[in-house]
Write a protein of this length. Sequence first.
Length: 324
Amino acid sequence: MIISAWNQAGLRPHPGSLCLVKTDYGYIPAGVVLTDSYLGMCHLVHFYRTIITNPKDTSYFPLVESNDLLIPPMDIPRQAFDASGFLVVNNLEDAPVARVLDHYYFYANGDKWNVDERAFVPMDKPDATGTQSPIPLKQRLIYEKLPGEDRSIGVHEIPAGAWVSPSRTANLAMLEEALGESLRYYGLLRGAASPQLGISSSPYERAAQAKAIDTASRVHLVSTGGVTALYFEAPGPESVAQIIRNAGFVGNGYFWHSLIKFYADQRGFSDKVIFDPEAGMFSVIGTYEILDHLREVIESWFNNPQKLADIINNAQDSDVDFDD
């Protein structure tokens, strides 16, 4: 993920900051409504329903005040804000404050943008032709989160008109697809391809951005406010996801919880960490020493899927309940 809320002057967002997402077709106004989302590891960002060509244009201010959004709110990893510069803090005077919604919703494993629903939805398994379709509405698991809270609760329905966010932290591909299709849906970007967000034509910068994307897709270790957390998006790299599927499991955050807890139990430190997985992400809180070791282990599984297959087999032999 290559997104940044730092401009060249080094300005950082605070809760309520307005920003501009730079694209090939103009600027999309955005608001950082929370800077400590997702266990303090993400910024929660709202994207407003317009596109402007002049960064000093203030015509979108009423959209901020009414929370008139272009796409669902997204959690953007804080580390990803370091990697590029296409989201810049807007310091215009008399700017309104970006405000949180009362409730946030997501579907379990909902990480595919569906422009017809204007939501991130879970997808069914590919059919014989390799085509995937959204899981039917009645079969989806729905979760609700209150602003500023990390834990989610299951609910029976989503209120009419409510936005459905991704079940995991956003990456660049998810963001570009949702923004591009939504701009066309609302008639703001007729016929154009999805906007490329801060993608430079310079081969050097493209290589740096590719490295940033690869880094952002791996295991993150963050220490902030005296708390250390490790997290990564589930299921992980495609080679890892294939190993998990071959073993008959769904590689979500709960699968990783069961597997990594098994590993931690074997080495006697499971009672020294706090697991907090979600459908689209695995996360754990503990001491830096323990989590740094765990990061090295998980990255070794990512880099050598056979090691992952071996630990899965060991866990199955030990009757680990991956559905718990």
